[in-house]
Ligand binder design. Structure first.
Ligand SMILES: C[S@@+](CC[C@H](N)C(=O)[O-])C[C@H]1O[C@@H](n2cnc3c(N)ncnc32)[C@H](O)[C@@H]1O
Length: 266
């Protein structure tokens, strides 16, 4: 398999490294929506569970060679003067702790915005990414698992507390991943019917995300944005499917788009 970001052929899976893409327009879309949703779900004092199938390393350095090589963050978060919002709160907190070029991945955004009554379970299979994630995240509320994200989340479901959100954010390196996400969502709903599930997908000319969405066979909110990315490997936009969307999600998704302008277009 060829990976354009690292200019290498990889003989095995797990070649994807999010460090090349952290803070790009797709991350911006996903992270604005995620931070907004977490703020919505934590309005009441009752704790929530937050699970991720594909966590990544949790913390990125936008001045690192990987980021400078693709310049995707320069076309995303670094090109935006982000107004006050939950994502900005998380980024500022992370930069106070790790320095001005730090950018949080979804696990660190969640840990920064969640409270002591909330619980996080994060799956990451790549040994180096898993090691970095374990090192970065505080342990009090968070369990980091080195295991397959689909299997891990299903085996932990339903978690306690039962109210909660699952982020499904694979790299879609393999075509079958689109079907796998739909199949996983069905299995998850059978075990944890009240879970809110946020699925991220890339929009590419092949249009494979349509198979994923058709395969869901469930009611869900669909939110898509487009953007220009000089070398985005054919990605012209980013999509989110929200299953069991809590009341107020529509507004959160609309706000994600307006906060992300002019990088993100509706
Ligand atoms: C798109 S990145 C995650 C980015 C992260 N959610 C964020 O927004 O900051 C996908 C991650 O999934 C990991 N991964 C790939 N296959 C996996 C699997 N079957 N189970 C768990 N993690 C996996 C990769 O190593 C990579 O770190």
């Amino acid at each position: 398999m060829y990976c354009a970001c690292s200019n290498r052929y990889h003989p095995f899976m797990l070649s994807y490294q999010h460090s090349y893409h952290a803070g790009n327009p797709a991350d911006l879309h996903k992270h604005l929506a995620l931070a907004g949703l977490l703020a919505l779900l934590t309005r009441k004092a009752r704790g929530i569970s937050y699970l991720e199938t594909h966590a990544g390393r949790g913390l990125y350095d936008l001045s690192a060679p990987e980021s400078l090589k693709t310049r995707e963050a320069a076309e995303g978060i670094q090109a935006l003067d982000l107004p006050d919002c939950p994502l900005k709160t998380a980024i500022e907190a992370v930069r106070r702790r790790f320095g001005s070029s730090a950018y949080p991945g979804s696990p660190l955004i969640a840990q920064t915005l969640l409270r002591e009554q909330d619980r996080l379970h994060l799956m990451e299979l790549h040994p180096a990414e898993y090691g970095a994630l374990r090192k970065t995240l505080r342990r009090e509320t968070t369990a980091v698992h080195k295991r397959d994200g689909y299997e891990g989340v299903l085996s932990l479901s339903p978690p306690k507390p039962r109210k909660g959100l699952v982020l499904v954010d694979p790299s879609y390196e393999v075509k079958t991943e689109y079907e796998q996400v739909a199949d996983f969502t069905h299995k998850l709903m059978a075990k944890w019917p009240e879970a809110t599930v946020m699925i991220w997908y890339p929009i590419l000319s092949a249009g494979r995300h349509e198979d994923l969405l058709a395969g869901l066979k469930l009611k869900f909110l669909r939110h898509e944005v487009s953007f220009e990315l000089k070398d985005g490997e054919g990605m012209t936009g980013s999509g989110l499917a929200l299953v069991n969307a809590p009341y107020g999600s529509d507004e959160i998704l609309k706000r994600a788009l307006s906060l992300g302008q002019p990088i993100l277009h509706g």
